[in-house]
Design a protein around this ligand. Structure first.
Ligand code: FMN
Length: 206
């Protein structure tokens, strides 16, 4: 059974523009994969704590020497990683907040980047262990950034997910949402058309 992991990072949960774009893609995927399973992680409703020294200490502690608190941190991180590993397709709703990614998404990323679990260092450099995934990223932004040096998100997402082994990534941008109502509607319509072009590829992959 093919599995899709849908990660929402809008502070507005499923009401965010990024979430709604992602939802359009997921609906098409469900139609194309009636036996498929969709797992949703909503980071507004179910946030991952910030990574602090104590939590990172749990990542470093040897399995046999973990305190109960450290074991709980590892169990949480292990669960996030297990869900990610199970997914063949990863869908990410990605708003731009204050020129970067939502802090909830950064906390999630900080808990799935685990040496020996999702990447490892070799003599030839780091190797990602989360391979073979198709990743679709749906951005929503008030201004215009795609294709300019001010797009801090696209290269960061490519670098971070690529570090973990996820290199097959497609972006759909909805930009200029704060410029005017007309610009917003036009941008959303373009993003919908882009999503609808991606959807047939999903049908073939099913
Ligand atoms: C707290 C906050 C900060 C924002 N910062 C930016 C920004 O730096 N650049 C930008 O283009 N838009 C910014 N916006 C506009 C959002 O990118 C836009 O509202 C988008 O729809 C957010 O995605 P969402 O609806 O999925 O939450 C910001 C919005 C909020 C609520």
């Amino acid at each position: 059974m093919k599995t899709l992991l849908q990660i929402r990072s809008s502070i507005f949960s499923d009401g965010g523009q990024s979430s709604r774009l992602a939802e359009r893609f997921v609906a098409a995927w469900r139609d194309a994969n009636p036996d498929g399973k969709v797992m949703v992680r909503d980071l507004a409703r179910e946030p991952v704590p910030h990574l602090d020294a104590a939590r990172f200490g749990a990542f470093l502690a040897k399995p046999g020497e973990r305190t109960p608190e450290q074991q709980a941190v590892i169990a949480h991180s292990d669960e996030l990683i297990a869900v990610l590993k199970r997914a063949a397709v990863v869908v990410l709703g990605l708003p731009m907040y204050n020129f970067g990614l939502p802090s909830t998404l950064k906390s999630y990323f900080d808990h799935i980047a685990r040496a020996g679990e999702t990447f490892r260092y070799t003599e030839k450099g780091p190797v990602g262990l989360i391979t073979g995934k198709e990743v679709y990223v749906f951005t929503a932004r008030g201004g215009l950034y795609a294709g300019t040096p001010n797009d801090s998100q696209t290269p960061y997402i490519r670098t971070f997910l690529g570090f973990l082994g996820m290199t097959q990534i497609q972006f759909v941008h909805a930009e200029g949402l704060a410029i005017s109502e007309a610009a917003k509607q036009e941008s959303i319509a373009k993003a919908h058309a882009h999503i609808d072009r991606l959807a047939p590829a999903q049908l073939e992959a099913a």
